[in-house]
Design a protein around this ligand. Structure first.
Ligand SMILES: [Zn+2]
Length: 156
């Protein structure tokens, strides 16, 4: 019988895996698995073989309500006003009122102004990840480039 246990990954990408049979704990650094498979096969010194499901924390999402606009890049031709509902270093969620034909995989350019002191204007290229009702979830195309810029805002 295959045993699967869940292990919650800490913010520093370490995890404590506990053998389901002998209960002996083992610490592991699992940062390299963040973007890969979250299932690990482990053999405990007690000979028990089990699967660990690594539960990674989502990036912190800041809830917002910022007006903005979008323009579709691929396919082109769509555009309109949006409300940015959440922002993280990896992506953005917005709502759209009125008819739209956005689908997973579409590439968009979003323009909006942060509600920080400097009223920072941002234009971000994103890929649509999910569309649920009028809520559109997107991830940034170039994630690294925005870490610094948005990092400060997300701490605020
Ligand atoms: Zn064991």
């Amino acid at each position: 019988m295959e045993i699967t246990v869940k292990a919650f990954v800490r913010a520093d990408d370490t995890v404590t895996i506990v053998c389901p049979v002998c209960k002996s704990p083992k610490n592991a650094a699992v940062g390299a698995f963040r973007d890969k498979s979250h299932y690990l096969k482990v053999r405990c010194p007690c000979e028990t073989v089990f699967t660990v499901h690594l539960e990674f924390r989502q990036h912190y999402r800041k809830l917002t309500d910022l007006p903005g606009t979008f323009r579709s890049i691929n396919p082109s031709g769509m555009g309109g006003e949006i409300h940015i509902k959440d922002i993280s270093v990896s992506g953005i969620g917005f709502t759209f009122s009125g008819m739209h034909f956005l689908e997973k995989g579409h590439t968009l350019s979003l323009s909006f102004t942060l509600d920080d002191k400097k009223k920072t204007k941002l234009t971000k290229e994103v890929v649509v990840q999910s569309v649920i009702g009028d809520f559109v979830g997107c991830r940034f195309v170039e994630q690294q480039a925005y870490q610094k810029e948005l990092g400060f805002y997300l701490k605020g």
